[in-house]
Every structure is written in structure tokens, then in C-alpha cells.
Design a protein around this ligand. Structure first.
Ligand code: CTP
Length: 222
């Protein structure tokens, strides 16, 4: 069976980590590899979608036919995603930092004799996914990801409601064979309409296709 087409659809996808700079040589990052978002972008382009991929710092090749916008910080990702609207769907696969240093030091922070601690003041970043879902140009389909170590379903459903999403793909992190750096993953997709479907464990490339099948069905609904 051939994959459901996405021709005529514009998909906006975020992927990878963000880096929040502390000084010219240090940053706060996270362990996202970007593989899931890049797999989604590649698979969506193969199905004929127009794909805009907003990517944090990752070592991955741009998939064929994908328009890639590179960003570094959560603030840059936020601006790039909102600037790329409108879209038919937003897939928020990026692991966006929740906190960023209040100020970025212009010079490298130096150690000082007798000073054993360093206090960084962090401030909340904007929630990109919630901003897209609340935007006047809200895409008809907004999908988030939820990385959880515990209470997978309850936490994912809470995020689905709080961020006003249509779908959320929940995955367990901190276990072997799934999560951030792995090539494989297992997802459970929950819908605002009560929908629930387990996908995988499978390679992220296969999961991307399974997710796009779900999206294609929903995007095709009148
Ligand atoms: N997300 C986002 N902007 C942020 C934080 C998260 O767009 N500043 C998005 C991610 O792209 C992902 C979803 O929110 O699709 C869930 O991210 P997750 O880290 O699991 O949840 P948080 O909302 O950050 O909540 P918590 O850290 O409390 O689990």
C-alpha cells in the first residue's frame, strides 16, 4: 500500500535541542538528537508536502526537498516558527529549553580563588507549542511531543489540554531503546477527541511514517 499523500499541505516542523548561552564558550543544552523531527520532515517531503523544518543545533543532513531554518536558542526557535506560519500542521518535535540565563555574559566567566559556587539566574522561555496553538493563524492540526519519565498518559493528556493541542505523542525517556538519542522509539498518541494509539517500538523513520498516516487522515477530513 502506498503512503497517504500530503501533496498540497504545508507542514511546519521543529526539531532538535536548543542551546541557551551562558557566556561566549558555555551553554545549557539538552540531549535531543533531532532524529524524530528530521525523520518526520523527510517522510512528509517524500509524500509531497511543502516542509519547513526549524532546527536547533544538530548534526543531521537536511532531508531532500525540505526548507531548513537553523536556530540556536529557544527565543530564536520561537521567532522562526511564528514567522513561518501559516501552515496546515505544526509538529513540535524540538526539545525547547524551558529556562534560559537571564543575562549572557559578554566575557568568559572566570574562576576566582576561594569562590566555590556559581549561581545562574534562569528565566522561563516562551512555550512555542502553546503559542502556535493560541496563534490567530493557528494551524488546523497542532501536534506536540511529551517526553516523560513517569505517569506517561496522565502527563501527556494534561499537556494536550493545557497547550490546546489536537494530538500529543508521548514517549518514555530514561529507558533503553527509546527517547532522545536512540534510533528507535515507542510512542503513544493521544487526541483531544479521546483518540489513543500505541506506535512502535520501531525505528524513528518508521514511527514518522505511522504518525504521518494519522495526520494525513485528519488533514484530509473536510
Ligand atoms: N515545548 C515548546 N516550547 C517550550 C517547551 C516545550 O514548544 N518552551 C514543546 C515541545 O516541542 C514538545 C512539548 O512542548 O512538543 C512538550 O515538551 P516537554 O519538554 O515534554 O514538556 P514541557 O511543556 O516542557 O513540560 P515539563 O518540562 O514540565 O514536562
Amino acid at each position: 500500500m502506498s503512503a497517504a499523500t500530503l501533496a498540497g499541505q504545508r507542514l511546519l516542523i521543529s526539531a532538535g535541542p536548543t542551546y541557551e548561552d551562558i557566556d561566549p564558550v558555555r551553554f545549557i543544552g539538552n540531549r535531543s538528537s533531532g532524529k524524530m523531527g528530521f525523520a518526520l520532515a523527510a517522510a512528509a517531503a517524500r509524500r509531497g508536502a511543502e516542509v519547513v523544518l526549524v532546527a536547533g543545533p544538530v548534526h543531521l543532513q537536511t532531508p531532500a526537498g525540505v526548507h531548513r531554518i537553523d536556530v540556536r536558542s529557544a527565543a530564536q526557535l520561537h521567532a522562526a516558527v511564528l514567522a513561518a506560519l501559516p501552515a496546515d500542521a505544526y509538529l513540535g518535535a524540538a526539545a525547547v529549553a524551558d529556562w534560559t540565563p537571564r543575562t549572557v555574559a559578554a566575557h568568559k566567566l572566570k574562576k576566582r580563588a576561594g569562590v566555590d559556587t556559581l549561581t545562574l539566574e534562569l528565566v522561563r522561555t516562551a512555550d512555542v507549542l502553546a503559542a502556535v496553538a493560541a496563534h490567530p493563524q493557528r494551524p488546523p492540526l497542532v501536534l506536540g511531543f511529551a517526553a516523560e519519565t513517569d505517569e506517561l498518559e496522565a502527563n501527556a493528556r494534561a499537556k494536550l489540554l493545557a497547550k490546546r493541542l489536537d494530538l500529543i505523542a508521548a514517549n518514555r525517556v530514561g529507558v533503553a531503546g527509546s527517547g532522545f538519542e536512540s534510533d528507535d522509539n515507542a510512542l503513544t498518541v493521544y487526541g483531544r477527541d479521546g483518540f489513543a494509539r500505541a506506535l512502535g517500538p520501531a525505528p524513528k523513520t518508521q514511527l514518522a511514517d505511522a504518525l504521518l498516516d494519522l495526520l494525513a487522515t485528519r488533514l484530509a477530513r473536510p
